[in-house]
Design a binder for this molecule. Structure first.
Ligand code: CAA
Length: 257
C-alpha cells in the first residue's frame, strides 16, 4: 500500500486505516481509493476485526478528490475511468466504520467522511463541498448525503457557495457525532469503536444495513427490511447469548456466530 497505513488491531477488534498523502492534504487519487477499497474489503472478511476507523492526520482528513489528476480529463475520460465506482464498493462494507476527522474534510474528503457510519471530529475540523469554486459539483455523494444529513437549506448553501463549516457547526447541523479537542479525536473514535466492538457483530452489521436502508427507500419497505433483519438476528448464537446474559444478569460474550 502506497497511500494508506493499516493497523489491523489498533485496539482489540478495531482496525485503523490512515490516509497517508500528507503533502497533498490526503487528496484522494484513484490509487488511494483503490487501496482503501481493497483494505476495507479484506477487513470486512477478517473475523478478528469488528469495527474500522478511517482517519487522516491533524491537518487534513482529506482535501477532496485529486484535482491535479482530474484537471485535463475530458467527460469521456471521466466516464471511462469511472473513478467513483470504487466508492460504491466501499458503500457495501458491512462492518461499522467511524471517520476520525481533523483539519480539512472537503469535497471528496467530506463525502468520504459522510460515507462512514459516524464522524468524530476535532475542534479544528472544517467540512465543505467547495467543488463549485473549481467549476464542478460534488460527484461522490455530496449532493445526496449532505442534504440528508443537514437538510436542504444548509446543504444548498454549502454546495452553491463552497463555504466551509467548523466542527462545532457540523455538530449543530447533525453531521458530526461529537467534537473534541484535537489531541483527543482519535482516542474518542477508538473509545466509540471499542464500545461497538463489544456488541454482537452480526447484530451490528444487520442494524447498520437497516439504518442505511432508511436513506434508500420508503418507510413501508424500510420497516419491513428492518423487521426481517431483526428476525434474522435470532439465527445467531449471539442473540441467545445476549438474551441469556440479560436474564442471568451477567455481561454477554459475543462471538460473532
Ligand atoms: N487535489 C490535489 N492536490 C491538492 C488538493 C486536491 N484536492 N488539495 C490540496 N492539494 C495540494 C496542493 O496543491 C498543495 O500541493 P503543492 O504544494 O504541490 O502545490 C498541497 O496540497 C497543500 O495545499 P495548499 O498549499 O493549497 O494548502 P492551504 O493550506 O493553502 O489550503 C485548502 C488548503 C484550502 C484545503 C486548499 O488546498 C484547497 O482549496 N484544496 C482543494 C479543495 C477542493 O476544492 N476540494 C474538492 C476537490 S474536487 C472533488 O472532491 C470532487 C468530488 O466530489 C469527489
Amino acid at each position: 500500500m502506497e497511500y494508506i497505513l493499516v493497523r489491523e488491531q489498533y485496539e482489540p477488534a478495531v482496525a485503523l486505516i490512515q490516509l497517508n498523502r500528507p503533502k497533498e492534504l490526503n487528496a484522494l487519487n484513484t490509487q488511494l481509493m483503490q487501496e482503501l477499497r481493497d483494505t476495507l474489503q479484506q477487513l470486512d472478511k477478517n473475523d478478528s476485526v469488528r469495527v474500522v476507523i478511517i482517519t487522516g492526520n491533524e491537518q487534513a482528513f482529506a482535501a477532496g478528490a485529486d484535482i491535479k489528476q482530474m484537471s485535463d480529463k475530458s467527460a469521456i475520460d471521466m466516464l471511462v475511468i469511472d473513478q467513483f465506482s470504487t466508492w460504491d464498493q466501499i458503500r457495501r462494507i458491512k462492518k461499522p466504520i467511524i471517520a476520525a476527522v481533523s483539519g480539512f474534510a472537503l469535497g471528496g474528503g467530506c463525502e468520504l467522511a459522510m460515507m462512514c457510519d459516524m464522524i468524530i471530529a476535532s475542534e479544528t475540523a472544517k467540512f465543505g463541498q467547495p467543488e463549485i469554486k473549481i467549476g464542478v459539483m460534488p460527484g461522490a455523494g455530496g449532493t445526496q448525503r449532505l442534504t440528508k444529513a443537514i437538510g436542504k437549506a444548509k446543504a444548498m448553501e454549502l454546495i452553491l457557495t463552497g463555504r466551509f463549516i467548523t466542527a462545532e457547526e457540523a455538530q449543530a447541523y447533525g453531521l458530526v457525532n461529537k467534537v473534541v479537542p484535537v489531541e483527543m479525536y482519535l482516542y474518542e473514535a477508538a473509545q466509540l469503536a471499542k464500545e461497538i466492538a463489544q456488541m454482537s457483530p452480526i447484530a451490528a452489521q444487520l442494524a447498520k444495513e437497516a439504518v442505511n436502508r432508511s436513506f434508500e427507500t420508503h418507510l413501508d419497505e424500510g420497516l419491513s427490511f428492518e423487521r426481517k433483519n431483526f428476525y434474522l438476528t435470532f439465527a445467531s448464537e449471539d442473540q441467545k447469548e445476549g438474551m441469556r446474559a440479560f436474564v442471568e444478569r451477567r455481561k454477554p460474550d459475543f462471538k460473532g456466530k
